[in-house]
Design a protein around this ligand. Structure first.
Ligand code: FMN
Length: 216
């Protein structure tokens, strides 16, 4: 009888533990995706205010994939500074919201993704800036796919990333290898750490940190 009650108690506590864990996962998911959505609105408004005419572009292009707009803000800033053509890459699988966030987590280390546009004509450019967020310490899959799909022969390539806390150099080294395989003649990595969610740099602070690090 005692044994039966002990087993019953154990099952009860396991069930409570599971429900608490499930509630925590749901709260974290809603907090993260809600914060991303709020940030995307701020980033979108910021970009809309900053947007200037890009009719007369030089020999540089800025190609960016951004999910919640942070890297997109930086891309617009670089494009304005370098008088460069700005090209946004879309990846529907990683749209804002819970399904997109879960897909991003699941695919974070992949080097393939469904992107639009699939191919780009880069012949008129000497320098190509490639921007993306960091996902699980590695540049997000869509920017790897951009490199796979295009010819970088004779180009100077600059990878730029925004992230919250950390990336791993080994993934950047792999990215560099791929870029060189695709014909690039130089590679540089530029980045801004925004800080943990809830205590992040403002958009102005992020751009100012970037400009101080990379004055060119
Ligand atoms: C699926 C996923 C994984 C992430 N992994 C990391 C990570 O490993 N290291 C980090 O510092 N930030 C990580 N982040 C945070 C993003 O890199 C950061 O918020 C970035 O600035 C977002 O850029 P975006 O607004 O252009 O999408 C991750 C975000 C997502 C959605």
């Amino acid at each position: 009888m005692q044994k039966y009650e002990d087993k019953h108690m154990l099952i009860k506590w396991l069930a409570i533990g599971f429900l608490v864990l499930l509630a925590l996962v749901i709260i974290v998911t809603l907090y993260v995706t809600g914060t991303e959505w709020q940030q995307s609105q701020v980033h979108r408004d910021f970009v809309a205010e900053q947007q200037t005419s890009t009719d007369e572009v030089g020999k540089s292009a800025v190609i960016v994939f951004s999910r919640s707009g942070s890297t997109s803000v930086l891309a617009n800033h670089i494009a304005a500074k370098q008088n460069a053509r700005l090209i946004e890459i879309n990846a529907k699988d990683y749209d804002l919201g819970v399904p997109g966030w879960l897909s991003a987590l699941a695919d974070a280390r992949n080097h393939v993704a469904d992107i639009t546009p699939e191919n780009l004509d880069l012949t008129e450019f000497d320098t190509i800036y490639l921007g993306s967020p960091i996902w699980l310490y590695s540049p997000a899959p869509p920017i790897w796919q951009v490199v796979q799909n295009n010819d970088f022969s004779g180009k100077h390539v600059v990878l730029f990333n925004t992230f919250n806390s950390k990336f791993e150099q080994t993934f950047i080294d792999d990215f560099k290898k791929l870029v060189i395989q695709k014909g690039a003649i130089s590679f540089e990595h530029q980045y801004v750490k925004r800080g943990r969610m809830g205590a992040q740099l403002s958009v102005f602070e992020m751009l100012s940190v970037f400009d101080n690090k990379y004055p060119g």
